[in-house]
Each structure stands twice: as C-alpha cells, then as structure tokens.
Design a protein around this ligand. Structure first.
Ligand code: C2O
Ligand code: CU
Ligand code: CU
Length: 518
C-alpha cells in the first residue's frame, strides 16, 4: 500500500515535467526519509544497541612480490561467515573474505598490479574509484571476471572475459588521495557492494607526508554504510533476481534506493572507538548504496565539534575548510581533522547523521579515554590545486527516471546504459564544462579523472564542493556545472549515478576519451 501511494505521487510528478516539479520538495512521500532518495528496508530481527562493539580497522594488504617493476598484490574474492551482529554469523562476499576489504596503501610514482581471483558464485568486475587508470584495468562493467571453474557460463557476454583471475594495472601517477575499490558488474553492482565487495585504497605522497597532520593510530579510516538483516542475520537485499545473474534491479518499492536500518562503520554496527584527547584525521567514505549522511559531532552538554576538511575525493584541498555538519553522498570521500583534545578526558563524542531518525541517526562514538601529547596541526596552506580553465565545449546530462524496457528505471539524457554507444567523445587534454541536472538526488560520478565544481544553480560551488571531486551530490532539481579534463588514456569509460540502485537500473553512460587531433 505504501509503495502504491508513492508510485501514484511520483507518477503525477513525472507527468508534471520532472525536475522542476521536484525542486525544493523536501518529502517525496511518507516513507522516503528526509534528505534521502530511497526507502528503508526494515530488518527482520532486532538490531544491537549502539556503541557496544569496538570500531574495527580494515587490515592493510601487503604485496606478495613484484611484477615488471610494479608491486604485485593478490586478492581472492570469496564468501565468508563473519560476526557483524554480536553472536550471529553473516555470510558476506569479500575481498580476501573481509568486509570492508583490506586497505591498499600505495605511493604516487609506484605502480602496482592487483591480481584478483574470483571464488564467488557470480562474475565480478573490480573498479578503483578515483583511480587514474587505463581502460583495460578500470573495470568496464562488461569485463567480467568469471568464477574459478565456471568456464562455460556467461560466454555469450560481449566484454573482455577472464576466467578465474585477472590482473589490474594501476600506474599510480596521481596525487595522494582517498580512493576505494568496489564491484562494478553491469546491472549487479548494488547487491555485490551490499554483500561486501568494497574497500579503501589510499595513495600517499611527499606533499602530504610533509604536513604535520595526525598520523598512525590517529589516522582513522571510516567506511560508512547501512545494511538490513534477515531474521537469520543475513544481509537483506530486495533484488528482483535472487541469483544475481539475469534480471537487474530491485523490487519496485526500493527502486529509488535501498536504505538499511543498521548503520555500519568499517563493517561494525554503531561502533565505539577509544581515542586520545588529541586531533584525529578521519578518512570518511560513504560506501552506502543510496544513503546520504549529514554528519555532526555531538558533545553532551556542549557545542558540537567542527570538522576541519583537509581533503576531498581527489586529495588535499588548497586550504582547510571548517564545517559544522558534513554532507557525504554515496561514493564521496571527505578527509577531515577533528580535535578531540577540545573535550575533557571521559567525554563521549557521538558522530550522528542529522538526516536519520532513531537508529539511523546514530553512527559512531568516540570515547576520549586518555590525555596525550599532540604535535599535530592543520596548516593554513595544504597543497597546490590547479584551477581548471574551461574551453568552449559544453555538454548537458539530465539524470532522471525513465523506462528500462518494460520496467521502471533511471536514465541519463533519457537513455539507458548502452555499452556500445558513447554519450560523449572527449579529446584528452581538453577542459569541458559539463552540466548535471536532476529530478531527485543523484550523486554523479565520472571515471578516469577528477573534476572541479564551478557552480550550483548558477551560484558558486557549495560548501562540500571544494578541491578535486570525482563524485558530486546533485540535489533534487538542481543544476551543477563542473569542469572536466581527461588525460593519458584513450578508451571507453563510464560516468554514472552512484546511487547503486539507479546505476544498476541503467543510469550510466559511456564516455569515450580520444587522442586529440595533431
Ligand atoms: Cu564507485 Cu563507477 O564507481
Ligand atoms: Cu569510479
Ligand atoms: Cu541517481
């Protein structure tokens, strides 16, 4: 019933002409939480009390050797039973059987090769999000890595198929940044990431290391996501095709996005971290399929602590930016420093999502347990950020709902994803202005190179748009202009909405980069 009424409502809006009709409309329907595009999938079992389990840190993966002058890493994609809800086991799909996957620690100027082996029951495609990667290694959504021992299945598929293992070459020529890697198989990215195929990939360089930022134990990766659970503590996902092999998408009720009711940080439900009374660097990744976070740091009886943003998707900002709340859309990363030395030892500082209600408002707690020396600082100059200067070429991409065959889906310029038809042929080295327009919220992501936000609704960039971005949160009925410039690699890449339900239901476009004419 609830979906029926909402469908009716959206039908009226679509008929009224899409984006304009939705602008400024805070609530899409009674069951769409404020600030979200998506619907809550309630868990079929009780969830744990917040702030009872320790914050885990994903393991760091070490190279197993070298290959052609590059560090060689080996990752096995496999399922594993892990404890997420205390006292229960959840079957995940994980890189090396962990969720999140292990963290890569890499350096600018040091190429790496990652050899992926697929022991899962379905084909996979791994993509390094934010990576400046040649097309053969970028994770084209049809370049399937077939499971070990499944030589005949899927051979009708048109991509570059690999059986069992595939090497991804990452030149790592880019500046220091917080990247992440995740599954990217056409039509099935949402469930694959939901079941656990996501991890962090850090790039470090001298510029960053020369800064007196918090480091070591005081640099904390925070992979945020939301999940719902079945009665027997498995991840609940409303896929239309439970085998995840043929029919893409989710049940109609969740086509706007799947919102879980349990918030996980680094794979643990509402964890707590015991920390020094000192500055900490938080590398925040929103790895949720659809949920947006607007984070705040609450101090009992006192004012909230601010976030000092030092970096965005594409690495360090030119100068720090202070935020009272931090909006983080799916796919985005924010590198921030928070000063937990501002509160007395014994204080519990709670990171909340002000867009949430009840359990989904809670995220993570810092328990400040000891006084400590703190030599860190946030310098007023962080890095050199080149300002892109746009040339004459302008393109517009409209992100909105539309038909996907007989089903409802999501489109870019009224087209569903067509791997063979390019929606933009862009010469390498040219800076273009791309305009993104939306109906509902769409976090727009572009592969290969980061971009810079020029304007929102004709005004300047928003507070969360600073620096190099590869994913931009385009709000309902909004117009965002960005400057894009691709370099080095000619070939086929994608741009898409990073609401993974939208992406799977066809909100993706092929971008072809071409060598400039001599
Ligand atoms: Cu985070 Cu195309 O991906
Ligand atoms: Cu990407
Ligand atoms: Cu979208």
């Amino acid at each position: 019933m609830r979906s029926l009424s909402r469908r009716g409502f959206l039908g009226v809006l679509a008929a009224a002409g899409g984006s304009a009709a939705l602008a400024g409309c805070g609530a899409l329907g009674i069951d769409t939480p404020p600030g979200q595009t998506g619907d809550t999938l309630p868990s079929a079992r009780p969830l744990p009390e917040p702030y009872r389990v320790p914050l885990p840190r994903p393991a760091v993966v070490r190279p197993v050797g070298t290959e052609g002058g590059a560090d060689l890493y080996a990752i096995t994609q496999r399922s594993a039973d892990v404890e997420i809800l205390p006292g229960t086991r959840t079957t995940i799909w994980g890189y090396d059987g962990t969720f999140p996957g292990p963290t890569f620690e890499t350096r600018t100027g040091r190429p790496i090769v990652v050899r992926h082996r697929n022991e899962l029951p379905v084909p996979t495609v791994v993509h390094l999000h934010g990576g400046h990667t040649p097309p053969e290694s970028d994770g084209w959504p049809l370049d399937l890595l077939l499971p070990v021992g499944q030589p005949t299945a899927h051979q009708h598929m048109p991509g570059d198929l690999a059986l069992g293992t595939r090497d991804h070459h990452y030149p790592t020529t880019q500046r220091a940044a917080t990247l992440w890697y995740h599954d990217h198989r056409m039509d099935f990215t949402g469930p694959a990431v939901y079941f656990g195929l996501a991890g962090l990939h850090l790039v470090r360089d001298e510029v960053e290391e020369a800064l007196p930022l918090p480091r070591g134990d005081r640099e904390i990766p925070l992979v945020l996501c939301d999940r719902s659970f079945t009665a027997d503590a498995q991840f609940a996902y409303p896929a239309l095709d439970r085998t995840l092999t043929r029919l893409p998408g989710v049940e109609d009720e969740w086509m706007e996005g799947v919102l879980g009711d349990c918030i996980l940080v680094n794979g643990a439900p509402w964890p707590v971290a015991e920390v020094d009374a000192a500055r900490h660097r938080l590398r925040i990744l929103n790895a949720a399929n659809a949920r947006r976070f607007s984070l705040a740091l609450e101090v009992p009886g006192g004012p909230n602590l601010p976030f000092t943003q030092i970096g965005s998707d594409g690495g360090l900002l030119a100068a720090p930016v202070e935020h009272a709340t931090l909006d983080v859309a799916p796919g985005e990363r924010f590198d921030v420093v928070v000063d937990l030395g501002q509160v007395p030892v014994g204080t519990e500082v709670t990171m909340v999502n002000v867009l949430g209600r009840g359990g989904t408002r809670e995220v993570l707690r810092f328990r400040v347990v000891r006084a400590a020396r703190d030599d860190s600082a946030v310098p007023t100059r962080l890095s050199e950020v080149e300002q892109l200067v746009p040339g004459p070429v302008r393109r517009e991409f409209v992100f909105r709902r539309g038909a996907l065959g007989d089903h409802r889906g999501w489109t870019i310029n009224d087209r569903t994803f067509d791997p063979d038809g390019s929606q933009a042929d862009v010469p390498l080295g040219e800076t273009e202005v791309w305009r993104f327009r939306t109906d509902v919220h769409h976090p727009v992501h572009v592969h290969l190179d980061p971009f810079q936000v020029l304007a929102r609704d004709g005004r300047g960039p928003g507070p969360f748009d600073g620096g190099w971005k590869d994913t931009v949160d385009v709000r309902p009925g909004e117009i965002v202009d960005v400057a894009v410039r691709f370099s080095d690699y000619a070939g086929r890449f994608v741009m898409h909405c990073h609401n993974l339900e939208h992406e799977d239901m066809a909100m993706m476009a092929t971008v072809r980069t071409t060598r400039s004419k001599p």
